[in-house]
Design a protein around this ligand. Structure first.
Ligand code: FAD
Ligand code: NAD
Length: 473
């Protein structure tokens, strides 16, 4: 007989989004229980952002030192792969979630281990291998924060071989001598460079271009750098068949060519992880949910929310945490009768409005790409009349940062409102320029006021002044 419990809010999934939703709810004086089937902290902490960035960072630091005369002469060795893996292991706490469990408990959030399923309105069953061991009823709400799962392409032979997903690549303890990467999105590109710099001979197969969702000039800088690292990039092609032969992975390409590797990494996108949650029984489609800006799921009554990758809006940690803060605040305010169940006012604490206007994202390759706001295509789709201003990053700050610094910057301006609506920067060290752009876009800072935000000399941020001057100020 399963035990039963009652609480205010059940949050399914203790990744970054689930932790933040539960944290906000408890902070507002309500009770919350987090249910987690794997590690508390989720994908980002153990299998995605943190370990992949920890694999990239040493290579970036080494390249930056080699790009500065005086330092270059002092740096004669290559990366120490085992030391890189050791440092990465420390960031994932050797895949032990005790630290995050401590935070959950200290925050006053209840934690239940097991696989959760929504069993009815405001009701969740938790099971383990022996079956359902706990039924929880929620007085206020259930939040789906179950993350995403990899999309595995229907590629002949793939099901018969042992291949890496991004989690295996981010958590590996050895460098494969030869690595094949399928997918030229941000995950494939970042991990291709990480392994190339750790000593692997990497070939990357991209169905379209490399990083084709980013401005061409920015993506081209990354492609050039990957090629300099020895990565063979094959664009506008895909694998036709894969198989194992004498311990190697063989990837057959259209037209007869083959690539050989010791490992194959498949990084071909992710989709919300909504299967097995009982959503069909609620009349919902587990392929994807529709949510308002507070995360409230349409078509389920006023008690089911989805945040983070599970909501399928923006598959990024920081944006998932932001959605979770909005949902947590909305659930608490609705429980107290402070707001209703209609769409929350834009830019209020209950709405993740920035999801539509100002999503910052960074490709952590060397050079980096840092982007926020609308692309020219998105602006056009929304009927916003925009101008585009772009130029190479060439200021005193960039020339000091690296000898022969190569970078590119772009600013999109809403011409009817005279405010910036999008920025992209590409180049070494540009990720730290991004938050200024996020503030300018989110704050809808008028250009004639932005003119008075004077960049310090000599920093790479001087590119802001160059952009405004080229725009015509
Ligand atoms: C290789 C890679 C690198 C990335 N790098 C970055 C980066 O640098 N920056 C960035 O912003 N984003 C990055 N991302 C994206 C980022 O990892 C995700 O956006 C983020 O992890 C989503 O957080 P989440 O809390 O929504 O989901 P998750 O972190 O996936 O958490 C969901 C949790 O729910 C649990 N769960 C699922 N179903 C159930 C169930 N039925 N019962 C109980 N528990 C359940 C899972 O075990 C998991 O712990 C990267 C992704 C990849 C693949
Ligand atoms: N730095 C970061 O913030 C970061 C890093 C990694 C991942 N992520 C997030 O994780 C998610 C997943 O990353 P991703 O790179 O796997 O997804 P993605 O959707 O960005 O890229 C997948 C790529 O695989 C290609 N593809 C799909 N099927 C293919 C096939 N059969 N053959 C060849 N190519 C194929 C697609 O055309 C696309 O270019 C993304 O949404 C991203 O936001 C973020």
């Amino acid at each position: 007989m399963a035990e039963s419990l009652e609480t205010d809010v059940v949050v399914i999934g203790a990744g970054a989004a689930g932790e933040n939703a539960a944290g906000r709810i408890v902070q507002a004086g309500l009770e919350a229980i987090l249910v987690e089937t794997a590690l508390v902290g989720g994908e980002c902490s153990y299998w995605a952002c943190m370990p992949s960035k920890a694999l990239l960072r040493p290579g970036t630091v080494l390249a930056e030192a080699k790009a500065v005369g005086g330092a270059r002469e002092a740096v004669t060795g290559a990366l120490d792969a085992s030391a890189v893996f050791r440092r990465r292991n420390s960031f994932t706490s050797d895949w032990d979630d005790a630290g995050q469990v401590k935070w959950v408990k200290e925050t006053g959030i209840g934690l239940v281990r097991g696989r959760a399923r929504v069993s009815g309105e405001r009701a969740v069953d938790v099971s383990d291998d022996a079956g359902v061991h706990l039924s929880i009823s929620a007085r206020q709400a259930v939040v789906l924060a179950t993350g995403s799962e990899p999309v595995i392409p229907p590629l002949e032979g793939l099901a018969d071989i042992a291949f890496w997903g991004t989690a295996e690549a981010a958590s590996a303890q050895e460098v494969p001598p030869r690595l094949l990467v399928l997918g030229g999105g941000v995950a494939g590109t970042e991990l291709a460079q990480a392994y190339a710099r750790l000593g692997s001979a990497v070939s990357l197969v991209a169905r379209h271009g490399l990083l084709d969702l980013y401005p061409r000039a920015a993506a081209d800088l990354v492609a050039k750098s990957l090629e300099a690292d020895g990565v063979r990039i094959l664009t506008d092609t895909s694998a036709e068949r894969v198989f194992e032969e004498s311990g190697a992975v063989v990837m057959e390409l259209p037209g007869g060519g083959s690539l050989y590797g010791d490992k194959l990494l498949v990084a071909t996108g992710r989709r919300p992880a909504l299967r097995g949650l009982g959503l069909e029984d609620l009349g919902l489609d587990p392929k994807g949910l529709e949510t308002d800006d507070s995360g409230l799921v349409s078509g389920a009554g006023n008690w089911l929310y989805a945040v983070g990758d599970a909501a399928g809006k923006v598959l990024l940690t920081h944006q998932g945490k932001y959605e979770a803060r909005a949902a947590g605040a909305a659930i608490a305010a609705r429980a107290k009768g402070e707001i209703g169940f209609g769409a929350p006012p834009p830019w209020s604490p209950y709405a993740a409005t920035a999801d539509h206007a100002a999503v910052p994202q960074v490709v952590f390759t060397d050079p980096e790409i840092a982007m926020v706001g609308l692309s020219p295509e998105q602006a056009q789709e929304r009927g916003i009349r925009v101008s585009e201003t772009s130029l190479p990053i060439s200021v005193a700050g960039s020339s000091l940062f690296a000898d022969g610094y190569e970078g590119w910057a772009q600013m999109m301006v809403d011409e009817d409102r005279s405010i910036p609506v999008g920025f992209t920067f590409a180049g070494p060290g540009v990720a730290e320029l991004l938050h200024a752009a996020t503030i300018a876009v989110t704050g809808q800072v008028p250009l004639d006021r932005l003119w008075h935000a004077v960049p310090a000399y000599p920093t790479i941020s001087e590119v802001w002044l160059r952009l405004l001057e080229k725009y015509g100020l």
